[in-house]
Design a binder for this molecule. Structure first.
Ligand code: NAD
Ligand code: ATP
Length: 532
């Protein structure tokens, strides 16, 4: 069907009849153009002189208005149904893979004649290990909230990508507890609101300071470093030596870093690494703790390596700002000593799960590999000089149409990054919410919003858009969104636990004071006029 586009603001009934008409989506026009067509009918009714008006014309106009309204409702309904369908599809896939895992497990049990619940024996390959671990994670953590859990790991590096079954040992287990001001709770309380005897009371706070306590000693540390920095390289070598010699830990680094360490000294040959992306996908099953040496970008890098559960991260500051890097590198021994002993306060940083849904996809369930972001997903105009035109839906509701440079959907951790620069509010990282921040909107009244954590946002590039939009994820991986394409965004089930220097509130306030000099002003002197 060929798209037709008219200026919806032009009047008709005065010789130049014009109704906005964008390319219909499955037979329905996009809601905004339908809204404009409704407006055009409205204008027609107002502009036609009452005297001598043809009754048939009135009837026709009213019928047209009713049709336009119905079409708009249908298009909005369809948009939200698509968002819902994608969510169901995600759940369906989860369920399907769970069933497949169970079937596989049953087959293995048949072969082995014995399966010890939650423990893996004689798995065929690493993929099997992954499935088993995911299942264990879901069984344990999804049923009881985040609680003490154990996962299995293979201790030695497996360069040939096969699990050395005899060497499989337990990954360090830990317990998370939610506490406030000296009060300790062993389990996260789910009953936030009580309504005993008809009285609604907020019995628990949804978000308290979280404390991580090791139940067994951590054994494996992954060190991630910012590239091309001499000071980072020196610190990395010192940290590796100390962790190996004093703490007797297994150490993983990126292949680049292992090569750098080996050029320094062949003594570092105990340091482990990986060979391909498949092994990276299994890192969460091997690593008890991650340290990052760099700035916020290195923390984003670390988070992006884990497409599922993320081990606790200890971020050392070797960048310029460091909103997410509270640990000072010069005291790394004391810091790591205290983290390895525990308990340690952590911030569970929420991530957003983003899926691009192409108009060209054969069906509504055909989506690309999702992206997980710790800061934000940005949908902007890229190199185009036209305004972006983005239709935004929140669950079943039409939110607005963004006409400007673009839109940022940010986590609360990302609230101090790009969203802040675009005028969004700064939000404590432990607050569960999604920031909806426009970039240079061409409107005086477009204030940023903060939406609750449970919503699914759907950003659509309408067919009548003048150009494509571009999505980028934590400032990386740009993807083009052509007219008709959409981006779905919801809260991911795998947060990024980062260790705190003091606690999440203290660290957050320190970061905005030190990093941004937030509300820094010389104190007014006591002398001068005073109220009597
Ligand atoms: N106009 C802007 O402010 C702007 C523009 C583009 C990207 N960014 C941010 O850069 C991030 C990517 O960071 P990078 O280090 O890979 O790129 P980068 O090296 O270009 O650094 C971007 C800057 O953003 C800071 N930053 C990153 N995450 C932050 C956070 N959560 N809170 C406060 N500051 C933060 C970094 O410290 C750094 O100073 C993106 O996720 C985006 O938020 C900001
Ligand atoms: N291990 C890594 N491998 C590849 N790239 C990385 C790695 N760690 C960080 N980067 C990238 O290097 C860039 C700079 O990192 P980072 O932000 O940590 O340092 P910085 O720019 O010196 O610090 P700041 O952002 O505080 O000024 C980022 O774009 C980040 O994605």
């Amino acid at each position: 069907m060929s798209p037709c586009k008219h200026d919806s603001t032009a009047s008709f009934g005065q010789g130049d009849a014009s109704v906005s008409c964008s390319k219909p989506e499955n037979g329905f026009g996009d809601p905004l153009s339908l809204f404009h067509s409704e407006k055009a009918v409205e204008e027609l009714l107002q502009q036609t002189p009452v005297e001598g008006m043809d009754e048939h014309l009135i009837e026709f106009s009213e019928a047209l208005r009713t049709v336009a309204k119905a079409l708009r409702r249908a298009a909005e309904g369809k948009a939200s149904a698509q968002a819902e369908a994608a969510e169901w599809k995600r759940r369906y896939e989860l369920e399907k893979s769970r069933n497949m895992q169970m079937e596989r497990k049953a087959r293995i049990a048949e072969q082995n004649g014995n399966v010890d619940c939650g423990r893996v024996k004689n798995l065929d390959n690493q993929l099997m290990l992954q499935n088993e671990l995911d299942e264990h994670f879901e069984d344990c953590c999804m049923k009881h909230g985040i609680c003490s859990h154990e996962v299995l790991r293979d201790r030695e590096s497996d360069s040939n990508s096969t699990v050395d079954r005899s060497k499989m040992t337990r990954k360090a287990s830990f317990k998370l507890s939610w506490c406030c001001k000296g009060e300790n709770g062993d389990q996260h309380k789910h009953d936030i609101v009580s309504f005993e005897k008809g009285n609604i009371t907020t019995a628990e706070r949804s978000s308290k300071q979280i404390s991580l306590k090791w139940e067994s000693d951590p054994q494996t540390v992954l060190i991630l470093t910012k590239p091309n920095s001499v000071s980072v390289r020196i610190l990395c070598a010192q940290m590796v030596r100390w962790l190996k010699e004093k703490k007797k830990l297994n150490i993983y680094v990126e292949p680049r870093v292992r090569a750098e360490l080996l050029t320094e000294s062949s003594d570092f040959n105990y340091v482990q690494t990986w060979e391909d992306d498949r092994e990276v996908l299994l890192l969460h099953t091997k690593v008890d703790l991650v340290t990052t040496l760099g700035g916020d970008g290195t923390v984003l890098w670390a988070a992006s390596m884990f497409k599922g559960p993320v081990p606790p991260i200890v971020p050392f500051s070797l960048g310029s700002l460091g909103f997410m890097t509270p640990f000072h590198s010069e005291h790394f021994k004391e810091c790591l000593d205290s983290v390895l002993r525990g308990p340690v306060s952590i911030t569970l940083r929420h991530r957003l799960l983003c899926r691009v849904i192409r108009d060209a996809a054969k069906n509504e369930y055909e989506t690309e590999e999702p992206n997980l972001v710790l800061n934000e997903v940005t949908i902007d105009r890229g190199i185009s000089s036209y305004l972006t035109n983005l239709e935004c839906y929140c669950d079943n509701s039409f939110v607005t149409c963004v006409q400007g440079d673009g839109l940022i959907l940010s986590t609360t951790s990302g609230s101090t990054a790009y969203s802040l620069a675009a005028g969004g509010s700064m939000v404590h990282p432990q607050v569960p919410g999604i920031l909806f921040t426009p970039i240079c909107p061409h409107s005086l009244s477009f204030r940023p919003l903060i939406l609750p954590e449970h919503v699914t946002l759907r950003i659509v590039v309408p067919f009548n858009s003048r150009g494509s939009a571009w999505a980028s994820f934590d400032g990386k991986d740009r993807k083009q969104l052509a007219p008709g394409d959409a981006l779905l965004c919801s809260m991911a089930p795998w947060p990024v636990p980062t260790a705190c220097q003091v606690d999440s509130t203290n660290d957050f306030l320190s970061s905005i004071h030190d990093g941004l000099h937030w509300n820094l002003r010389k104190t007014q002197s006591f002398d001068g006029p005073r109220e009597l």
